[in-house]
Design a protein around this ligand. Structure first.
Ligand SMILES: [Zn+2]
Length: 359
């Protein structure tokens, strides 16, 4: 009887901690790496869009991309498959903050396919920041789709990199079209959210599963049906991995992990993400980053965000300044001390109070 009570109490505790975990918003740090040719072409730069415009640059794009990814994470929809399912639609409660932006000029790493080796030797803050590498579609095909892959799904891994191609190429096409401010940002946000979904532990729910075969292709989530379940019910006339713009179509998955531009993540998927974030991936969270003290002599690019508990910036011997249109954010949880510190009028310095992790 006692043993039963203890087990029951442990189960309740686990349920409570999962529920608490899902209800707490978590913000992950990400780096963006723009890969350029040795001669500095083929991607956004520090001062231009790489296509002749100086009013838009890599920092603008990186910020816009993260903002759009977060906007998409503010919405969740019911899964389209199976039709009429009653799976609850939970608030996602996870977002991203841009930690740093890097520009690398090297023909050896410019093309898609070199991102993983680049990350191995040049990944930044690997233990606590997810690294996003943006490089060139080597097929040199102007219609190359924005796409990517992710390194490691385990929440116990610190090998967290996603390589994505053709973002800039598609930006150039879009910017020079009759609809220069159209779909581009949202399309790349969809792709990046999908790849980061992998880094947070998610598999495809039906994408890449066989045509009408019970091939045990599953994502280990009870509330996402398999491709086989959908196809065997519809007489094998349609595979649920329908792709782009098929959100409202019968038997088509609108799950983020199936390469659609849908918004759906199920309770099982969200539980996987949040469980990983309070476990092995906790170091990637802002609330963890602001639990350590930070002392710096100066701040600025390539880092856009700084994190600390008790923060000291600058010293009496040298000037710490924010210049050259830099937009810097400082997240802190306890105190900030600025010494001999200056923010020039063409720049921005924003201070944000954060709480340390409560889980
Ligand atoms: Zn994928």
């Amino acid at each position: 009887m006692k043993i039963f009570t203890i087990i029951f109490a442990i189960v309740l505790l686990k349920l409570n901690s999962t529920a608490q975990s899902l209800s707490t918003n978590k913000v992950l740090r990400v780096n963006i790496h723009f890969m350029l040719r040795t001669n500095g072409t083929g991607n956004f730069t520090e001062t231009s869009d790489g296509d002749g415009r100086t009013w838009y640059n890599g920092y603008n794009y990186a910020n816009e991309l993260i903002n759009q990814m977060n906007a998409r994470n503010n919405r969740n929809d019911p899964m389209n498959i199976p039709t009429g399912n009653s799976t609850p639609v939970l608030t996602k409660n996870f977002h991203y903050v841009l930690d740093a932006v890097y520009f690398t000029r090297d023909d050896a790493t410019f093309n898609y396919g070199n991102g993983d080796s680049y990350y191995s030797s040049n990944g930044a803050d690997k233990n606590n920041v997810l690294n996003i590498v943006l490089d060139y579609c080597p097929a040199n095909d102007i219609s190359c789709a924005s796409s990517g892959h992710a390194s490691d799904l385990s929440s116990n891994s610190k090998y967290k990199c996603t390589e994505n191609q053709s973002y800039w190429q598609n930006y150039v096409i879009q910017r020079n079209s009759s609809n220069p401010f159209g779909w581009f940002i949202d399309a790349t946000a969809v792709n990046t959210n999908h790849e980061l979904g992998h880094l947070l532990g998610l598999y495809h729910t039906v994408q890449w599963c066989g045509w009408c075969v019970n091939d045990a292709c599953d994502d280990d989530c009870f509330d996402t049906p398999t491709a086989w379940e959908i196809m065997s019910a519809n007489g094998c006339i349609k595979h649920p991995a329908c792709g782009w713009n098929k959100d409202g179509v019968l038997d088509c998955s609108n799950n983020i992990m199936d390469y659609t531009n849908g918004f759906a993540l199920t309770p099982c998927q969200l539980t996987k993400i949040h469980t990983g974030l309070v476990g092995g991936m906790k170091t990637y969270l802002v609330c963890d980053a602001v639990s350590y003290n930070l002392t710096l002599n100066d701040i600025g690019y390539p880092k856009l965000s700084y994190f600390g508990k008790d923060v000291i910036i600058g010293n009496s011997g040298s000037l710490a300044n924010v210049t050259n249109e830099e937009k810097i954010k400082l997240y802190f949880s306890s105190t900030i001390e600025l010494n001999n510190f200056e923010v020039r009028s063409d720049s921005e310095f924003e201070v944000i109070k954060e709480s340390t992790c409560t889980f």
